[in-house]
Design a protein around this ligand. Structure first.
Ligand code: ADP
Ligand code: ZN
Length: 221
């Protein structure tokens, strides 16, 4: 079934983890602007150099750049459906996405807000690392790799910590979220597109809550 979903929530809410599960379970394609921007910076292009500094400080990259990245992916791909992870993050981005989707004869079926409190986020983010090969997400305390330094899923030893996963950048990321991204909650609520799940629940419970939202939306449409 074709379905397009936005995952909304502060840094560390678990958007990436849930997006990966939805990808596997439903054959959807995850579009993470954070991942696209990290790919751009490591490719060493002029744009990559410009965004690296902004990202490391925890600030938002310009709307123009991220909208451009999303447009490229949407026009290039022919997926059953998309999971937008970390996009849109501002009202202009939300508008642009609406227009892009409309132009393709698609619509956003659900916006899922993953709600968490700030204390939990600091602990989650400062212990976080991921596999550079397959993208699996780990945590020092709650989900370490079974063998130290080796990815459980693919066996890669390329485990990475993000440059912006420190307390200083996180402070800025949270402020940016409340100032620029959280207004989207009201915006999508008014459009009857918003559903909220408890992002502090166990990973499986969060997945189940998201599945329930999507099933309900599907049966209503
Ligand atoms: P998180 O949700 O944990 O903050 P992301 O990987 O989604 O992680 O984003 C990392 C950084 O990339 C952000 O702090 C920001 O600098 C930049 N970024 C990602 N998506 C966007 C976006 N839609 N608009 C502006 N900047 C973005
Ligand atoms: Zn891996």
């Amino acid at each position: 079934m074709a379905i397009n979903i936005i995952l909304l929530g502060p840094p560390g809410a678990g958007k990436g983890t849930q997006a990966r599960r939805l990808e596997e379970g439903r054959g959807l394609v995850q579009l993470s602007t954070g991942d696209m921007l990290r790919a751009a910076r490591s490719s060493g292009t002029e744009m990559g150099k410009r965004v690296a500094e902004v990202m490391d400080k925890g600030q938002l990259v310009t709307d123009e750049i991220v909208i451009g990245l999303i447009r490229e992916k949407l026009e290039g791909g022919d997926a059953a459906g998309f999971i937008f992870d970390g996009f849109p993050r501002t009202l202009p981005q939300a508008d642009a996405l609406g227009k892009l989707m409309e132009g393709m004869g698609r619509k956003i079926d659900a916006v899922i807000e993953m709600r968490v409190d700030d204390e939990a986020l600091v602990a989650r983010i400062t212990g976080r690392y991921t596999c550079g090969n397959c993208g699996e997400v780990y945590h020092d305390d709650t989900k370490p790799t079974k063998v130290a330094g080796v990815c459980d899923v693919c066996g890669s030893t390329d485990l990475r910590r993000r440059a912006d996963d420190n307390e200083e950048s996180l402070k800025t990321r949270l402020l940016e979220y409340y100032k620029k991204t959280s207004p989207l909650i009201g915006y999508y609520y008014a459009l009857h597109m918003l559903s909220t799940v408890d992002g502090l629940a166990e990973m499986d419970e969060v997945s189940a809550a998201i599945t329930a939202v999507l099933d309900k939306r599907a049966s209503n449409s």
